[in-house]
Design a protein around this ligand. Structure first.
Ligand SMILES: *Cc1c(COP(=O)(O)O)cnc(C)c1O
Length: 357
């Protein structure tokens, strides 16, 4: 039986996509081979990478002077690739709004001066600092933000307007809401939250910014090299890109990012409204900054939290345990989580509250 999977990543994928992948697994595009067996230089496979790039451009309205590449190593490898491609003056600004934002900042310190110009750890990352009131460093090579904080369940309601290029980790929300790509220098996202299985990371970068990576930048981390080679400089994560392409086709068929955002807003509102009106459950994030993708909540009792997670699992609602550094529960309700999944969760929460009042 298929369950409702609320995992933060790797996470649920659209059922139609899984079925399509299953149906064509033994014979990809009439080649008589699985997509996992075919050469990445085969025309049939190259077409997949090209289509995934084209769909990304179309769905996010990516300007032509931006590169769209698919690379390996997860978002975490990009924490190093960012300074290695961009840190010409040796200084960058970081806004630390969660665990991954902190890791990106720490990685930046290896390569130069990484100024922490904003930090919401004083209130356990339950808000985003006012980006209009931060002191951006003059001459900084870039400003790094994490637009959606997967673990703490917060997100930016507006983005910094700064002189330096904005570099954004959108791992846990890419394709979930409209963004104006031209407002960013670089957008990157590990695929395993909202796009595909683990193994591929998408990078969207303004070409004029990536012309001159630092001398010490490994070839594999040079965005320019990946761009010039159409993401086929070396063997790509072929299956993950193939799956990403199926998901992007599915997203387009469902009406694109706007339609998805409307559904995401609806799902999140259902869940937050229920939590805010219940006596048992609590979400501590400042409402303006609540994530539409990751919804953490607690009962106030660790024992009850554990019972909740165990009983939910028995009811077919799985992976609801919160991240180890936050505790409690977390429902990740990415694009692929159907409205029915959120409604089933709310029904379970009602029942659990009644039984444990
Ligand atoms: C999951 C996640 C990461 C880490 O991704 P990996 O692909 O495991 O390296 C980084 N940033 C954010 C916002 C994430 O949610």
């Amino acid at each position: 039986m298929r369950v409702y999977n609320f995992a933060a990543g790797p996470s649920t994928l659209p059922l139609e996509v899984l079925k399509k992948a299953q149906a064509e697994f033994l014979d990809f595009a009439g080649t008589g081979m699985s997509v996992t067996e075919i050469s990445h230089r085969d025309k049939a496979y190259e077409a997949v990478v090209k289509e995934a790039e084209a769909l990304t451009r179309e769905l996010l309205n990516v300007p032509d002077d931006y590169a769209v590449i698919f690379v390996q190593g997860g978002a975490s490898t990009q924490f190093a690739a960012i300074p290695l491609n961009l840190m010409h003056n040796g200084v960058a600004d970081y806004i630390v709004t969660g665990n991954f934002a902190k890791k990106a900042w720490q990685e930046g310190q290896i390569y130069g001066v990484a100024n922490k110009i904003g930090d919401s750890s004083d209130k356990t990352y339950t808000y985003i600092p006012d980006v209009d009131k931060l002191s951006y460093t003059e001459g900084a090579d870039y400003v790094h933000i994490t637009t959606n904080n997967t673990i703490f369940g917060s997100r930016y309601s507006k983005f910094p307007k700064c002189a330096a290029p904005l570099v954004a980790d959108m791992s846990s929300e890419i394709f979930s809401r409209e963004v104006n790509v031209a407002d960013f220098g670089v957008i990157y996202a590990g695929a395993q939250k909202n796009l595909a299985p683990a193994g591929v990371t998408i990078v969207i970068a303004k070409r004029s910014l990536i012309e001159n990576p630092l001398k010490i930048c490994p070839t594999m981390l040079k965005w320019k090299v990946q761009d010039e080679n159409g993401s086929l400089y070396n063997t790509p994560p072929a299956f993950s890109i193939y799956m990403a392409n199926l998901v992007l086709n599915n997203l387009k068929a469902k009406g694109g990012v706007k339609a998805m955002r409307e559904q995401n807003d609806y799902k999140a509102k259902l869940l937050y409204d229920f939590i805010d009106n219940s006596k048992l459950y609590k979400n501590n994030v400042v409402p303006e900054f609540r994530s539409v993708m990751n919804v953490p909540f607690v009962t106030g009792s660790e024992e009850l939290d554990a019972k909740f997670v165990a009983e939910a699992k028995k009811a077919g609602l799985v992976s609801l345990k919160g991240h180890r550094i936050v505790g409690g529960m977390r429902a990740s309700i990415y694009n692929a989580m159907p409205v029915e999944g959120v409604k089933a969760l709310i029904e379970f929460m009602k029942k659990f509250e009644k039984e444990n009042a």
